[in-house]
Design a protein around this ligand. Sequence first.
Ligand SMILES: *Cc1c(COP(=O)(O)O)cnc(C)c1O
Length: 228
Amino acid sequence: MRPHIAHNLERLQRRIRAAEKRHRRPPGSVRLLAVSKTRPPADLLTALACDQHRFGENYLQEALEKIAALREHRLQWHFIGPIQSNKTRAIAAHFDWVHSVDRLKIARRLSDQRPPEAGALQICLQVNLSGETSKSGTTLAELPRLAEGIAALPNLRLRGLMTIPAPSSDPEQQRIPFRRLRQALEGLNRSGFALDTLSMGMSADLEAAIAEGATMVRVGTDIFGPRN
Ligand SMILES: *Cc1c(COP(=O)(O)O)cnc(C)c1O
């Protein structure tokens, strides 16, 4: 077994609960997504034994192997990596959530390819707030149209927004992109959406994200240790 994982999870849950309290968020309003890319199934089982059920994966082939190896356990799988068209069928078949949708073409394929018995696939739109065209994510300007297009797709349920900001070590600077993402979500909700998910905050900036309304933080390194 890997005792450091249990210890890290406990410490991380304390960090999340403390940030909720400090920013007057209801207890339990921030969920933890354990980012398990590059980790072996045994690491996920250790986390599961600590009541961690939600796992995020970036690399499809690796994820499919883990999903198969762990299929007798009741895990919730979140796809958080870049999506090419040729991967949508397997993502639609094997995942519960996708956080990294940034094009209508990909969303249409996910909806078309979602097996009917699986129920709706839960979707977050990835937003690129830094303006770097090399990065994944839709722009704020394109967001309303994309959200409307996705809301019309039958087998997807649009839940919210996700972002990966440029790293910063200044807690006040860290809050700026998270605030903009929250404001974007509030803007969509004012125009008739009912989005409830802000997927933002990682190991180094989860307090800033929780201060600005994160409902799901995505953490790998601080649970499982450094990646090779
Ligand atoms: C890897 C990854 C994370 C977790 O990063 P850590 O630094 O390991 O905590 C979160 N979100 C996304 C989209 C990632 O790819």
